[in-house]
Design a protein around this ligand. Structure first.
Ligand code: BT5
Length: 271
């Protein structure tokens, strides 16, 4: 299915019917309370300001528009107003913080699957459809009285992607009919809750499910790390999520942070 460029003169996308989402999440572990903002700087920044008051585990901040949406390493997250799901889930201190990107990635892929869309995961924090990025995850922490609260930020393109991002895609471009953002958000929180509980009882199962969805594995990659770029074969992922990279000299290197470029026609593409 082709992608249609965003027409700036077209009617704006309708706001999220957040009251409906709040009603459907009432009494659940995630999404009660659901805090809606029509416009905010960044849902992660807003959520950080909320912790610890109210220190509500499972609180979700969702916005229709971010004026300063954040990616990793100072990068930006861009989305036309009302076109994406942009949210942050506030979780209490967790022992296995390394499982958070896994949980979030699995939740994105499984929520998309409920609408017949197959999304793969790119190490460490992207979701892709047909090779293009449809979602990103930003995990941040907020330390309060020695305890580190987790902020799971998710941006998922639904109606459109920002026209300045040629390698981005959005769910509706791959769906037979428009994906209702309300249903998608409820599905996303449901899958997050499922995998978060699983992480507490069977971390190995979370790792295995995440690993099975990683499209990065088995490919020749270039990984930009804080210490420089590494080329090699993305062989596997360690239990803590580190990428295990087989270098040309045969050694196996565990990479904990970086951006993966996958070779496309001989040129690494980091987008
Ligand atoms: C990420 O960073 O992909 C994490 C994005 C997390 C966004 C959510 S939205 C809700 C919450 N509140 C926030 O403020 N942030 C989180 P990174 O791996 O650094 O990727 C950033 C790069 O992806 C940018 O430099 C662009 O190239 C590209 N990009 C930006 N917006 C995009 C979009 N909507 N779709 C696809 N690619 C995008």
């Amino acid at each position: 299915m082709g992608q249609t460029p965003v027409d700036p003169t077209a009617a704006p996308f309708p706001p999220l019917r957040w009251q409906e989402v709040a009603r459907r999440c009432a009494g659940r572990r995630l999404g009660d309370p659901l805090i809606y903002q029509a416009e905010v700087d960044s849902t992660n920044a807003f959520a950080a300001r909320l912790v610890p008051d109210p220190a509500t585990p499972g609180a979700v901040v969702v916005a229709d528009h971010q004026t300063a949406g954040r990616g990793r390493l100072g990068r930006r997250w861009l989305a036309p107003p009302g076109a994406a799901l942009t949210l942050t889930v506030v979780l209490p201190p967790l022992a296995a913080a390394w499982s958070l990107p896994m949980i979030a990635g699995l939740a994105i892929a499984e929520a998309a699957a409920r609408f017949g869309i197959e999304a793969g995961l790119k190490w460490p924090n992207d979701a892709l459809i047909a090779g293009r990025k449809c979602a990103g995850i930003l995990i941040e922490g907020r330390v309060v009285r020695g305890a580190s609260w987790a902020l799971i930020g998710i941006g998922l393109n639904v109606r459109a992607a920002d026209p300045s991002l040629p390698s981005a895609t959005y769910l509706d471009a791959h769906a037979l009919q428009p994906v209702p953002r309300e249903d998608l958000l409820v599905a996303l929180l449901d899958r997050l809750e499922h995998w978060r509980e699983r992480a507490g009882t069977d971390a190995g199962a979370v790792h295995a499910a995440w690993r099975a969805r990683l499209i990065t594995l088995g490919r020749a990659v270039s990984v930009r790390t804080p210490a420089g770029t590494l080329d090699g074969l993305a062989e596997d992922v360690a239990p803590d999520g580190a990428l295990l990279l087989r270098l040309a000299d045969g050694t196996l290197r565990a990479v904990r942070a970086g951006d993966v470029g996958m070779a496309r026609m001989g040129q690494p593409d980091w987008s």
